[in-house]
Ligand binder design. Structure first.
Ligand code: MRU
Length: 351
């Protein structure tokens, strides 16, 4: 399995995704501030991977704290949470990951648990979340595989694979599971300007698994759909609102409209931690704006004239009406999503 991130006795080890596909190097984060930098700089990226990384960030912050009293440690935990929460705004998994560890901390602190025991418990929970993320991906694969064509080409956008999770992937996990079940699937990977997660990351990890993969420029899908060369679309998500609106990598919305126009199913695969039932609709999801340099420059070379205006929103929102189904580890949701999300959410006591 591709080692996206790993808890080690020395710190949290991250595969440096900014260096792929040319270099497979690792960055070891030995304190929570370094974990925050790794998330902000997209050394690790992808909503589920960000969620578990943030949980590990809080855990390492607590583990390495020099606090000698619970009062002192509680103050530090608030600072750790705030520091990690300020890294990236859109993927709700970040806030979910932080909250998981903070809630555990609060419960243990309320019972006056010795600091050494709290340290062990939060590290154990963060490591368990890593295992649970892989299990969720495998379950999404099992739940969604039969939705993909027995034979055909599936388009994906950005990277919702092993690299975006702790392993196996959400959207790419469903593709992997379908192939393991005997489907003959070729993948079209949108290159995903400007950060090129499709060209660099999706293509890299699928090639490693010998899954037939073709990279498309982002403006090619319409023509290929028109020619009947795409049978299904599957993407991941950074946040799904209570009404089923899906925030995902910029460009996803356009792909969804194209799929509808051409009568092609458009699937979203995401763990339950990506569903934000407290956000009523997609218009309320904060969209990260990233540096203009990602657009103006390519591989360090300037591509645009000095002084030109630049837009660089990292995500867009696909209205629920374009989504054929949302594949989660709890099951496959279909519209109306405000009803199906509520029905599946009631099985969860933590929300
Ligand atoms: O900016 P990124 O690379 O973190 O954005 C990632 C995406 O948009 C993914 O499609 C999404 O997080 C789903 S990952 C399973």
């Amino acid at each position: 399995m591709i080692p996206t991130l790993e808890w080690l006795p020395t710190g949290v080890n991250f595969l440096d995704q900014t260096k792929l596909p040319l270099e497979e190097t690792y960055v070891l984060a030995t304190d929570y501030k370094q974990v925050a930098t790794v998330i902000r700089d997209m050394i690790v990226r992808g909503a589920p991977a960000i969620g578990v990384s943030a949980a590990m960030g809080v855990a390492i912050g607590i583990q390495r704290s020099q606090a000698t009293s619970l009062a002192e440690l509680t103050k530090e935990v608030a600072e750790i949470d705030a520091h990690l929460a300020a890294t990236r705004p859109t993927a709700v998994n970040l806030f979910w990951g932080i909250a998981e560890i903070r809630n555990l901390y609060n419960n243990l602190a309320a019972k006056n648990t010795p600091i050494s025991e709290i340290k062990e418990a939060v590290v154990a929970r963060a490591r368990q979340m890593y295992d649970e993320d892989i299990a969720a991906c495998k379950q999404m694969g099992a739940n969604g595989a039969s939705l993909l064509p027995k034979q055909g080409t599936v388009l994906t956008h950005c990277n919702a694979g092993a690299l975006a999770t702790c392993g196996y992937g959400s959207a790419l996990g469903v593709i992997r599971a379908a192939i393991e079940a005997g489907h003959k699937i070729d993948v079209f990977a949108d290159e995903t300007r400007p950060f090129l997660q499709g060209a660099r990351l999706t293509a890299w990890e699928l090639m490693k698994d010998n899954i037939p993969t073709t990279v498309l420029c982002d403006n090619m899908a319409a023509s290929l759909m028109y020619q009947g060369k795409i049978q299904a679309v599957i993407v991941g998500a950074d946040r799904i609102a209570a009404n089923g609106d899906v925030a995902n990598k910029i460009g996803t919305y356009g792909v969804a409209i194209l799929a509808k126009e051409h009568g092609i199913p458009f699937y979203v695969a995401a763990p339950w931690s990506t569903i934000d039932i407290k956000t009523a609709h997609g218009g309320l999801i904060p969209i990260e704006q990233r540096s203009a340099l990602e657009v103006t420059h390519s591989n360090g070379k300037q591509m645009t004239p000095d002084g030109v205006g630049i837009e660089n929103p990292a995500f867009d929102v696909t209205p629920a009406k374009y989504v054929t189904a949302i594949i989660t580890e709890r099951g496959v949701l279909t519209g109306p999503y405000n009803e199906s999300i509520q029905a599946f959410a009631s099985a969860d006591t933590t929300q």
